[in-house]
Structures are given as structure tokens and as C-alpha cells.
Design a protein around this ligand. Structure first.
Ligand SMILES: Nc1ncnc2c1ncn2[C@@H]1O[C@H](COP(=O)(O)OP(=O)(O)OP(=O)(O)O)[C@@H](O)[C@H]1O
Ligand SMILES: [Mg+2]
Length: 258
């Protein structure tokens, strides 16, 4: 499929406004600290949604609630038609298999080679694949992130940008329907950040994922987002397309979009 056709397919999918994540009135705090006071948002099928907010605004807490690494204090989270709070551990396990999570820290297994890092989730989640299929899948995702040569390297032999790309490969190797990216470009130089942003777009096009991209990197949001949500003081401060933010006179928004 050529790229304009792919783009049109993605746009049509997003326009159908089928929700893959629906968060309603989410509240989550720690002790007396209120982090998320009242957050409602939807992720539509096929879209890249960027969630912006200052450091400490609760972005990581938000995505950890989505996969129930944290239990909300109140509110509801529906993912792929399931109410996350009502799932038993088997149900939660099954749902998590459909969600790729790129952790802020990257979190590769340091004692395993790149190949082993990619095989590990495949063996756990795609139990019916044989060795040949596993090899092919590992090869395919490494090609997609431009790191075929790194297959037998240890994470310690890779640069920060390469580790991020391998983490991304590990996230997509199991064909998730939804990908949650937590600060995919933090700590990278501008050129490497741009490479990661274009990989995020490649994942959207090639694997037809719906993605939540948590970031305080405005360039990453500019390069990847079909829509943007800004969090502030535990609530959704503004929601809309990039142009709405770029032309805003609001001081808080301007402080991000300089
Ligand atoms: N497990 C926890 N226990 C107690 N407080 C926590 C916990 N996790 C997060 N917090 C608090 O919640 C607030 C929001 O944290 P969070 O990590 O979501 O911020 P963030 O928006 O992701 O920031 P950054 O951009 O720096 O990653 C912080 O004040 C943090 O200290
Ligand atoms: Mg964070």
C-alpha cells in the first residue's frame, strides 16, 4: 500500500471514533497527594494520541492505571471493551497481552542478548509459534527498527538510542493492538528523538496500532500525534489537534509550544 493510501486508511479508521480506551472521571492519589483528580479521555482506534504534561503531572501514573499496575481511587477505565477494574487475574493477563508498554526506563533484560530479549515475550505470549516463526518475527522487528546487526549484542553494548529502539522492537514483536509509550524520546539527542518518532509512526502504519504517547517532548508530539491532550493539576487542561495548541494564546500552552 502506498503511503498516502495508508494515511487515508488511518484517517478513516480514526474518524470512525471507535474507542479502544475510555477513561471516565479517573482519580488516583497517594496518601494525601492528589495526582489525578478527574481525568476523562478516549483513545480512538488507529490514532496516535499524545498526552502532554509537566514532569510530575501524573502521566506515568495514568498509563499505569490503564494496565492496572495501579488501582484507581475512583472512576472507570475501559480497554478494548473490558472494564479493567472488574477483570480477574486471568482476564487481566489476557488483556495485557494485547497492550504493548514501552516503559520510561526502557527496561531491557541486561543479562540477555537482543535476540533473547525479543524471544522472551514472544514465547510467553505467542505460545503456538515454532522456532522458525520466532526467528522470522525477531528478524522482522529488528529490520523495522533498523537494528538487524545488533541481534547478538548485549544491551550494555548498545547506545541509549539503540536501547530505546530495541525496547520498541520488544514492545511490538507480539503484535499489540494498543501501545502505551512512556516518554519514548526522553534523554535522547534531537536527531535520535526524531528517529524514534518516525518509528512510532511506522508502527502505527505497519501494525495498525492505536497508541497513547506520554511525553513532555513537544517535538515528539508534533511528529507523531493525530490528537493531543494536555494534563495539568490532575485534569485534562486542553484537548484537540496540533494546530489548536500551536495557535493558542494560553500562557501554559505557550510555555510548551514555544
Ligand atoms: N508509587 C508511587 N507512590 C507514591 N507516589 C507516587 C508513586 N508513583 C508516582 N507518585 C507520585 O505521583 C506524581 C506523578 O508522578 P508521575 O510519575 O506520574 O509523573 P510524570 O508526569 O510521569 O512525570 P515525568 O514527566 O517526570 O515522568 C509524583 O508526584 C510522584 O511522586
Ligand atoms: Mg513519567
Amino acid at each position: 500500500m502506498n503511503s498516502s493510501k495508508t494515511e487515508a486508511t488511518i484517517q478513516a479508521k480514526i474518524k470512525s471514533r471507535e474507542q479502544v480506551i475510555e477513561i471516565t472521571n479517573l482519580r488516583k492519589g497517594f496518601g494525601t497527594q492528589e495526582v489525578l483528580k478527574n481525568v476523562s479521555l478516549q483513545l480512538f482506534n488507529g490514532e496516535n494520541l499524545a498526552v502532554l504534561g509537566k514532569s510530575g503531572s501524573g502521566k506515568s501514573v495514568l498509563i499505569k492505571c490503564i494496565v492496572r499496575l495501579f488501582n484507581p481511587d475512583s472512576g472507570s477505565i475501559n480497554v478494548l471493551g473490558e472494564d479493567v477494574s472488574e477483570l480477574n487475574s486471568d482476564g487481566l493477563g489476557e488483556l495485557r497481552k494485547k497492550i504493548g508498554f514501552l516503559f520510561q526506563s526502557g527496561a531491557l533484560y541486561d543479562s540477555m542478548t537482543v535476540r533473547q530479549n525479543l524471544e522472551f515475550p514472544l514465547r510467553r505470549i505467542k505460545k503456538n509459534l515454532n522456532q522458525k516463526e520466532i526467528d522470522e518475527k525477531v528478524k522482522e522487528v529488528l529490520e523495522n527498527v533498523g537494528l538487524s546487526d545488533a541481534i547478538d549484542k548485549m544491551p550494555s553494548q548498545l547506545s541509549g538510542g539503540m536501547r530505546k529502539r530495541i525496547s520498541l522492537a520488544r514492545t511490538i514483536v507480539v503484535d499489540p493492538e494498543i501501545v502505551l509509550y512512556d516518554e519514548p524520546t526522553t534523554g535522547l539527542d534531537p536527531a535520535t528523538s526524531d528517529e524514534i518518532s518516525s518509528l512510532i509512526n511506522d508502527v502505527q502504519k505497519k501494525y495498525k496500532t492505536s497508541s497513547l504517547i506520554i511525553t513532555h517532548d513537544i517535538e515528539c508530539a508534533r511528529n507523531t500525534a493525530n490528537r493531543i491532550i494536555m494534563l495539568h493539576n490532575g485534569e485534562v487542561y486542553k484537548e484537540g489537534e496540533l494546530a489548536l495548541f500551536e495557535k493558542s494564546d494560553d500562557e501554559l500552552i505557550k510555555s510548551f509550544f514555544k
